[in-house]
Write a protein that binds this ligand. Sequence first.
Ligand code: HEM
Length: 180
Amino acid sequence: MLEPAQENPFPDSHVLGEGPEPHPQLQPVLGLIGRWHGRGSGEYPTLEHGFRYEQEITFSHDGRPFLVYESRAWLIDDSGTAVRPAGRETGWWRILPDASVEVTLAHPTGIVETYVGRVSGTEIEMATDTVGLTPRAKEVTGMRRRYALEEGGLTIVQEMAAVGQPMQHHLQARLFPRKD
Ligand code: HEM
């Protein structure tokens, strides 16, 4: 019997120039690949107070035409001290030959979203196509996201329709590349 491979021969990479060659379809989103870290703030009309957070995102790839996406956020107080973990999500960003994107995201809050969108230059806009909810998840009916690479950073803005409220602002953040 053959010995099993000791190492996965198809590793992910979040560093351009290391690991597999990025698939040519990833050309429009190469600038996203890497690790990002920064701060944001959020609000929603059902919440008494707005909030501030830090966020870490990793975009990686394994040579196929999709990005592996993971995001973690934690709330911070006015002095910047970490308070508690907050939004966390993971998923896949399929990049199609016409620079359209199809994204699937899963959340620990019982929510699964699919998005459709488009890359235009250094900007990606997407909106939910479907939202799946487990029986006790909060009622989220739609989300819109905009990711923009500008001035060496990544700006993210998210709008949400949820808990009986129409589509409106929930989050905005500005992230910068991490060196590790
Ligand atoms: C950076 C990511 C995110 C952060 C830091 C964040 C933070 C928050 C905070 C602090 C609250 C107030 C309730 C609480 O204290 O937990 C909240 C409420 C909520 N968030 Fe977010 N959120 C994030 C992403 C998302 C995403 C991706 C969704 C939907 C898929 C979402 C949906 C909601 C909903 C439905 C509520 C409840 C509103 C209510 O019941 O009044 N959030 N969020």
